[in-house]
Design a protein around this ligand. Sequence first.
Ligand SMILES: Cc1cc2nc3c(=O)[nH]c(=O)nc-3n(C[C@H](O)[C@H](O)[C@H](O)COP(=O)(O)OP(=O)(O)OC[C@H]3O[C@@H](n4cnc5c(N)ncnc54)[C@H](O)[C@@H]3O)c2cc1C
Ligand code: FES
Length: 280
Amino acid sequence: MDDFKIQACQARVRSNKEDAKNIFRLELEGCKMGIAKPGQFVCLAPLDHSSAMARPFSIFFYDMFAGFLVIYYKAVGKNTELMKSLQAGQSIKLWGPLGNGISSDGIPRLPGDLHKDIPVPEGVAAWLICGGMGFASLNLAIRELNQFFPRSVLFYGGKTKSEMVSLDKDPYRVNQEIIVATEDGTAGYTGLVTDLFVQKILENPGKKILVITCGPKPMMAKVAEICEGQEFDCYVILETIMACGIGVCLGCSIKTTAGMKRICHDGPVFDAKEVIWDEI
Ligand SMILES: Cc1cc2nc3c(=O)[nH]c(=O)nc-3n(C[C@H](O)[C@H](O)[C@H](O)COP(=O)(O)OP(=O)(O)OC[C@H]3O[C@@H](n4cnc5c(N)ncnc54)[C@H](O)[C@@H]3O)c2cc1C
Ligand code: FES
């Protein structure tokens, strides 16, 4: 098997459970897809047969040797509502891994790009900032970046505790620091995760930080703005509605400062400096 080729597979559902309010954890087996990098995603064939559109979901956890994949989904529309009724043993078609993804040195690169990781200057920390469902993209990143950024931190923001998953209890997490923020104060810091980010910057003057963020657009735009002010490198994981998911239909194209880009192929991880937020 080509380790970087997109593979289609007929995955079997191992379990499908609500893990937080309206957020479901889907465990799948039989997915031999080769290497998957943080930030990459898979497309699930629609269960709603009136739609031909692929449904993209971030890879939360993947064991390539066992072909075991975990995704999280929020029930927001027709297809994700149908996904709730998937039972253990049922099959679902998916293909992946898709998109560029992040290498161990924190830089997004296309799969198969034979590069040497750029040495990370001593003392640089990786701070991963997610809001809402953005945690699903960053779990793999916090595992992978561990090698180059031994003290990386995951900031996880949400409206309220009941709408957030317990990442600290996940069997597939590595022992990295997770700091939670809720808007209503039901867990962790009270307020927006971006305010918590600013507070932590102020508590760590002069610290060099590489930032990766995923979540609602206003949150990512704010993180990018803060990073620009601090001269931190910042990568954002963008989402949009997709059709093919493999770079063919141009349906996910966006205007960037570096020209037109397809989120499914050139992204979903972009240098924040490339992103024109009004165009997303
Ligand atoms: C790269 C990528 C990774 C993703 N990872 C995850 C994930 O890990 N977990 C998760 O729950 N969701 C994720 N999504 C979003 C997910 O693909 C959509 O929520 C899903 O396809 C909706 O399908 P549906 O048929 O239930 O909703 P639909 O009936 O198609 O749409 C319901 C509503 O959601 C809006 N919508 C649908 N898709 C998107 C989107 N991508 N961005 C913004 N609005 C959208 C529609 O405009 C509509 O208002 C990801 C999307 C991308 C592009
Ligand atoms: S969804 Fe078809 S090119 Fe991206």
